[in-house]
Design a protein around this ligand. Sequence first.
Ligand SMILES: *Cc1c(COP(=O)(O)O)cnc(C)c1O
Ligand code: SF4
Length: 445
Amino acid sequence: MSVQATTTRAMKMRAVPGARLARLPQVQRLDDAVRRDIEIVSSVLPFKVNNYVLEELIDWDRAPDDPLYRLTFPDRGMLPEPVYEEIAALVGRGAGREELRGAVDRARRQLNPHPGDQLQANVPQSQSGALNGLQHKYRETVLVFPGQGQTCHAYCGYCFRWAQFIGVAELKQAVSGPEQALGYLAQHPEVSDVLFTGGDPMIMSTDRLRAYLAPLLEPRFEHIRNIRFGTKALSYWPYRFTTDDDAEDLLRLMEQASARGRHVAVMAHFSHHRELETDACRQAVRRIRDTGAVIRAQAPLVRHVNDDASVWAQMWRTMTGLGVVPYYMFVERDTGASQYFELPLHRAVSVYRDAISQVSGLERTARGPVMSASPGKVVIDGIVQVAGQDVFCCRFLQARNPDWVGRPFFAKFDEHAVWFDDLKPAFDEPWFWQSDAPAGAGAPL
Ligand SMILES: *Cc1c(COP(=O)(O)O)cnc(C)c1O
Ligand code: SF4
């Protein structure tokens, strides 16, 4: 056992669901109106914090204006005003459960629970039907959603998987065990990357993770070169890698994968530099890196939390100091509380440019702003004038058809556009990939 594990007292997780937030002692110090908003908004959208988030991340002297509070706590602006008014009126006159439930269900349906048709799209087919819980959109990468990994140690207010957390997803996007995923991967030698995602796969016990991971280290899976874990555990529960009962086993498992020649990539979700500043996070980062795994970092750009170039610049600098590689700055998806968190695309372009220009070349590995849209991952490189017209210069970083990757294309400048679907071709209609019928129609090649 390592020195850290023996000298650090184990932290026990205490999770606090949305319904109990208003009663937290820290929240008692906030305004009555804030507490009332917490109660109303958390009856519609899912929230969850834990003792680490409450005690180590949120700065209660600054709440509710603290970025980590904004990241994890309900706010009135997260609901459209009429929805807020309706629920508030029902709660105010002590409406019955049934009546409240009906209004809450209607409110949830208004909040675009399935953005971009992510649940059905990109699910591969087998002879026995759809392989739910797998996504194969880009030739070389398969996403695996383990059934036991479909929750997180705390929830982000902007989460695009929020519908899953409250069970409104008609189609639970998860595999019940490793067999299905392994069977598919064995038949697809073109796949080099497996990305375990969720929710958060690091919510699973090490034994469960091993059931997915260990078989991938066998010779029949030699084509799987890169094994990635999408996780926010470094932000919301770094003890997963330090003092939890099976933390040491998890690190040994990662080490084993590296020793067998696999590249293990922890795709860490960091929204703000403060998440990287706690002792617990730093220790977790160090221990993961000691296994040979590489930590890459990504997050969406969101209002109230990180819509400030200096926050990103500081975050990327802090990462580099810790050996974490900046990867993507995403554009927030149009779901749930998106109206509260979203920024116009032109603002995203300027935050990215302003941030990237402040940092070292080593930190410019962060690409953005990136939208994970239905034809592929689109980055906006900038805004320029072409033939007298303002345009967004766009490019695919990933695409359904590998031939589209890296091809620049132009979209009409639109100061209100917040997402890819708001964009129109600047010159030739339709988009170049739409006239590329055979590949455009297809599943991954
Ligand atoms: C982002 C993403 C990937 C991984 O893309 P990289 O550019 O290789 O990180 C794979 N599949 C889907 C569906 C994605 O959205
Ligand atoms: S960590 Fe990811 S999946 Fe979990 S709540 Fe945040 S955005 Fe959603």
